[in-house]
Design a protein around this ligand. Structure first.
Ligand SMILES: N[C@@H](CCC(=O)N[C@@H](CS)C(=O)NCC(=O)O)C(=O)O
Length: 342
């Protein structure tokens, strides 16, 4: 009897070993679970910065930051279109994050100590290394910060820019007036009506606004960078598993560029002999998504949907005249680097 039980237990254990996945499927966190239950990811975004996040007349969102939302929806739900976008202003970010109104924010947000802690945020890897600067009317002839002495500098409320402008003028002992507005449309309207001598925000925002204006030549972006603005997506720190999914989706996009895996060739790459590609795509018994509690081959869906990091950059930012610069891959002398996908 004892022997029979023993044989049965051994047989059962062997069977379990045979069917067990190579990696224990990670447990799904509360935010990931609510996304799965709802069947869509709520992503808080920008609606008025073309190239990064904007909305067309048909109500469709597009841009570099929007593709990050699509990539995360593809990773979790297998569908890049399973996203509900919520357009928010810069000042609304902390409350939207704390209230759970959105699952994540992908809206040119600078990673800072105060936001990481007081906002209760978990920042994903930086997707775009930026810095704040100034745009003036070309006709004003202003070329330096000193030329703006005593002037009115306009920006939007609830941004890192408010502090950076104050620091830049105070450091130089220059008088200035800082005027803040609710959103960047209001900033530009004030600038156009000559209520501001300069507008300040991230260089990416200045380039976007200038490139899409009626008369780009009438605006000049000064060749001055007054701060570090590492921009990237963020999520509530209450769900580390969800944060890991965002983090590894971004790193997966970077790794794909590094390995030459694109939206065009990803299906051919499934049969690649390159073990790094097999690991990225979760092929040949290599674990990828299984570590994150999602489809093991999640990066195949992500890359098919939005392409790799370079493709996203080329689609949305290159047309505006944005260069890769420090946002080139580390192998090309830039800062874009991902840890090993294994
Ligand atoms: N990166 C800065 C600034 C972000 C920001 O709000 N930038 C402006 C200019 S690109 C913007 O998004 N404007 C759109 C809006 O006000 O809705 C931050 O995180 O505070």
């Amino acid at each position: 009897m004892v022997r029979k039980t023993l044989i049965f237990v051994l047989a059962a254990a062997m069977l379990m070993l045979a069917v067990a996945p190579a990696a224990a499927q990670a447990e799904v966190g509360p935010i990931t679970q609510r996304i799965i239950d709802r069947g869509s990811l709520i992503c808080a975004v920008n609606a008025i910065v073309p190239g990064f996040g904007s909305q067309n007349d048909a109500g469709e969102f597009s841009g570099f930051d929007i593709d990050v939302c699509k990539a995360v929806a593809a990773a979790i739900l297998g569908d890049p279109n399973a996203v509900t976008y919520r357009a928010i202003t810069a000042a609304e970010r902390p409350t939207v994050l704390a209230s759970g109104e959105a699952d994540m924010i992908s809206r040119n947000t600078t990673w800072t100590l105060q936001r990481d802690t007081e906002w209760g945020a978990t920042f994903a890897p930086t997707t775009y290394y930026d810095g704040a600067g100034f745009m003036v009317k070309t006709a004003s002839g202003a070329a330096t910060i000193e030329d703006l002495e005593g002037g009115t500098i306009c920006t939007n409320a609830g941004t890192t820019t408010e502090l950076q402008v104050t620091d830049a003028f105070t450091e130089r002992g220059l008088a200035f007036n800082l005027q803040t507005y609710q959103d960047f449309d209001a900033v530009m309207a004030a600038f156009d009506s000559d209520a501001c001598d300069a507008v300040s925000t991230d260089q990416s925002g200045l380039i976007s606004r200038r490139a899409t204006s009626a008369d780009p030549g009438s605006y000049t972006i000064l060749p001055i960078i007054i701060s570090k603005e590492p921009l990237g997506p963020l999520s509530p720190q209450s769900d580390e598993q969800f944060a890991d999914i965002i983090r590894w989706t971004v790193w997966g996009l970077i790794t794909a560029e590094e390995l030459g895996v694109t939206s065009e060739n990803v299906n051919d790459m499934l049969a690649s002999d390159n073990v790094d590609i097999q690991r990225l795509l979760g092929q040949n018994n290599n674990n990828a998504g299984a570590y994150l509690g999602i489809a093991n081959d999640f990066m195949v869906t992500v890359i098919s949907a939005v392409g790799n990091y370079g493709e996203i950059f080329d689609r949305h930012l290159t047309p505006l005249g944005v260069e890769r610069g420090i946002n080139a891959l580390w192998t090309d002398g830039g800062l874009i680097y991902a840890p090993p996908f294994r």
